[in-house]
Design a protein around this ligand. Structure first.
Ligand code: CDP
Ligand code: MG
Length: 138
């Protein structure tokens, strides 16, 4: 079964929206096969967001992602990578469709509630940053 990495970011997690967001994924038919509450370090952020290093928003992104706990998840299901990106909505919540996680719970382009892997290659690279094999129940 296809897998994707999801992060419930500090803004949404801190506002107690983890349950609301998990419900959206579960109602769409996806299984939670790994989950943990953790704090991202700058080292972890640099690994996870390696392709964004050097972009103008990168320092603010790392400051935000390391500012408070996050919830890391692995979801599985048919076409889960593409479908969870659709459920999450556009990166900028101002452009996100009605009913999407970012439209419902995100404040701005940086504090945008959730991350989800954007391809099979990204999921394969990102999942082991957050979970060891024995923490994933597939
Ligand atoms: O998360 P997504 O794949 O939708 O967007 P991205 O383009 O891969 O950017 C990764 C993350 O960097 C976003 O989710 C935002 O938190 C942040 N970002 C930002 O703060 N300002 C931007 N102009 C673009 C991205
Ligand atoms: Mg991305």
């Amino acid at each position: 079964m296809e897998k994707t990495l999801v992060l419930i970011k500090p803004d949404a997690f801190g506002k107690n929206h983890a349950g609301d967001i998990l419900k959206i994924y579960e109602d769409a038919g996806f299984k939670i096969i790994a989950a943990k509450v953790m704090r991202m370090t700058a080292e972890l952020a640099a690994k996870h967001y390696v392709e964004h290093i050097g972009r103008p928003y990168y320092p603010a992104l790392v400051e935000f992602m390391t500012s408070a706990p996050i919830m890391a998840l692995v979801l599985s299901g048919d076409d889960v990578i593409k479908k969870v990106r659709e459920l999450n909505g556009a990166t900028n919540p101002a452009e996100a469709a009605e009913g999407t996680v970012r439209k419902l719970y995100a404040a701005d382009k940086t504090k945008n509630a959730v991350h989800a892997s954007d391809s099979e290659a990204s999921a394969a690279r990102e999942i082991p940053i957050f979970f060891s094999a024995c923490e994933i129940f597939d």
